[in-house]
Ligand binder design. Sequence first.
Ligand SMILES: C[S@@+](CC[C@H](N)C(=O)[O-])C[C@H]1O[C@@H](n2cnc3c(N)ncnc32)[C@H](O)[C@@H]1O
Length: 211
Amino acid sequence: MPRALAGYGIFFRQFIQRYHTTGAVMPSGRPLAAALCRYVGGAPGPQRILEVGPGVGAVTMTLVERMRDDDDLCLVEINEMFVAYLQEAFKERPQLRSKAPRVALVHGRVEDLSREGYDLIISGLPLNNFTAPEVDRILHGFARLLKPGGVLSFFEYIAVRSAKTWVSLPKERERLRAVDAVLRRALDATEFRRDWVWPNVPPAWVHHLRF
Ligand SMILES: C[S@@+](CC[C@H](N)C(=O)[O-])C[C@H]1O[C@@H](n2cnc3c(N)ncnc32)[C@H](O)[C@@H]1O
C-alpha cells in the first residue's frame, strides 16, 4: 500500500480507538499545513521549532521542506502508534531522512516538556476535546515554552465548536462554552494574524499568537 494511504488508515483507526486525543477523522491537508507553517524559515537566524501532535506527519512534511539547515525541530506526540509510524517515515522517506539529524521525536505529552526557548510552536492538538482548565494549562505551557517574541500557530475547524455546542447535552454544552471562553480570552489578548483555510475537510482557521 502507498505510504500516504497507510498513514490515512492508521490515522482513521486512531480516530476510532483514541478519539479524545486524535480528534480528527483524517490528517490535515496541504493548504492547512502551509498556513500552519507560515513562519517556518522566515526569521533572520536559526529557529528552534516545536510541533505538537504531528500524527502521521501531514504538517511535518511541509515543516521539514521549509526548515533551513541550521533550524532544529522537536516533535512531541502522545500516541505510540503515531510515534512508531514517524520513526519509520524518518528512516524511509528521503525528504525526511535528510533532515533527521536536526529532528528529535519525543513520545509523551506536551504538558510534560521541560526544555524551553522555542521560536515557534505549531500545534495540532484537538483542544475542543479537552476541559477548559486543560486548555488553559496547555496555552500557559505554550507561553512558557516559547522565547519572548516567539509565535504559536494552531488551528481549529471553523464553526465546529459552536455547531457541537448547539447539539450537545447540557453538561457537554457547558464544557464547550468554557473551552470557547478560554480560547476567546487568549485570542483577544495575543492573536496577531488569522488565516482562513477553505480547502480543508472541514475548513479551518489558523491562529497565530504572540504571548
Ligand atoms: C488532530 S490530530 C493532528 C495531527 C496532525 N498534526 C495533522 O494535522 O494531521 C491531534 C494530534 O495530537 C496528538 N496529541 C493529543 N494530545 C496530545 C498531548 N497532550 N501531547 C502531545 N500530543 C498530543 C494526537 O495523538 C494527534 O496526533
